[in-house]
Ligand binder design. Structure first.
Ligand SMILES: Cc1cc2nc3c(=O)[nH]c(=O)nc-3n(C[C@H](O)[C@H](O)[C@H](O)COP(=O)(O)OP(=O)(O)OC[C@H]3O[C@@H](n4cnc5c(N)ncnc54)[C@H](O)[C@@H]3O)c2cc1C
Ligand code: SF4
Length: 324
């Protein structure tokens, strides 16, 4: 039956109160609820307390500091991110990626923190209780085997967030607040390649903000491939930040999503210093292929997703190189 489980909701007014509430057993954070609530309705999780972060006033601020650093509070809605003039001027790829998330009504409630911390997905997991029970459940929740990689001792559910790769190629950092205080880490460090434990957050910790350095001199973009353009997760998504000086690549950062249990940076060191040629495009293609691990976690076929990922990776760098 698709009904929500029983839970209490707390609406703390400060981050400190939220951290205290989240440190107790059975508590879970909620932002816009657009990822969490559909999952709970499917019986995926039974939190006793939902800690609603949307009443924490200063969690949703977006500001640019005197040194040009951008700070986006985790409670900012994706709509606010898309519409923010500072983001659009200095870091347009962030607004571009946020605008590609789901549909407009969705983005008016969904938060940046929820987008980054959203659960991983799998065709054997995002199903009703009835469906999953008929299949003997699975390793990610309530079961003891994986139907995607049989005999595996870990879950391969896929991370499909759109905004993380755009932030990662911009060298964004995550500001995390928890019972032990505040810590900063490169955004890529927030994620782990494990479908059932994909966030490196300790009990009681929340993502408070992302901090992004100035992007002057970099051409940055995010491309997403999905079945329906109106509302859909990425089957494959790729973000690229490129710095060009004449005929040479002087900086290249690439991140992918929709392929692994975490959004991942692709190793591109070998490409920096050279030009963008067919040979270097092939090196990039091989690097993306090596980093990605597309498995049968979506209804779209594995071969299709892999080929699309490789094709759009090359095309995106092509476009940025040619100033498109
Ligand atoms: C039909 C549909 C289409 C979608 N399409 C897309 C898409 O195209 N692209 C995409 O990226 N996503 C998509 N989503 C997933 C999701 O709705 C969005 O990612 C959204 O941005 C989640 O934000 P939220 O605030 O609603 O998260 P919530 O549902 O509130 O939370 C999601 C998770 O993050 C945790 N969390 C929330 N805030 C914090 C925080 N500050 N610190 C730590 N943990 C936190 C929650 O505990 C929960 O586990 C889609 C969802 C649906 C139902
Ligand atoms: S990858 Fe395996 S364990 Fe993970 S959700 Fe899918 S079937 Fe379950």
């Amino acid at each position: 039956m698709n009904i929500l489980p029983d839970f209490r909701t707390l609406r703390p007014a400060t981050l400190a109160e939220a951290v205290t509430a989240l440190a107790s057993e059975g508590a879970q954070a909620i932002g816009g609820g657009t990822d969490l609530l559909p999952n709970l309705r499917r019986g995926l999780g039974q939190p006793e307390v939902l800690v609603d972060l949307t009443s924490i006033g200063n969690l949703s601020g977006i500001s640019v500091a005197a040194d040009g650093t951008l700070r986006i509070g985790a409670g900012a809605t994706l709509e606010a991110v898309v519409e923010d003039a500072g983001i659009r001027a200095g870091w347009p790829a962030i607004a571009q990626a946020a605008e590609l998330v789901a549909g407009p009504t969705h983005r008016s409630a969904a938060t940046l923190g929820g987008n980054l911390c959203q659960d991983t997905r799998c065709v054997f997991y995002n199903q009703s209780e009835w469906w999953r029970s008929g299949n003997g459940y699975c390793l990610k929740y309530e079961g003891d085997k994986c139907h995607v990689v049989v005999k595996s001792d870990r879950c391969y559910a896929t991370y499909h967030g759109d905004v993380a790769p755009a932030l990662m190629v911009l060298n964004a950092e995550a500001e995390i607040v928890g019972p032990a205080g505040k810590r900063m880490l490169p955004l890529a460090g927030l994620f782990r390649e494990d479908g059932s434990k994909h966030l490196a957050l300790d009990k009681g910790e929340v993502l408070a903000a992302v901090v992004v350095p100035p992007a002057k001199g970099w051409s940055v973009a995010y491309v997403k491939v999905r079945i329906r353009d109106a509302i859909d997760f990425p089957l494959a998504g790729i973000a690229v930040a490129l710095k060009r000086d004449g005929d040479a690549i002087t900086g290249l950062r690439v991140a992918i999503t929709g392929t692994n249990s975490a959004p991942l940076m692709v190793g591109t060191e070998a490409l920096v210093g050279g030009g963008w040629t067919d040979a270097t495009a092939e090196v990039l293609t091989q690097a993306v292929r090596k980093t990605s691990n597309v498995l049968k976690t979506t209804v779209a076929g594995v071969k299709y997703r892999r080929r699309v990922l490789l094709a759009v990776s090359r095309r995106l760098v092509d476009d940025l190189w040619n100033g498109k």
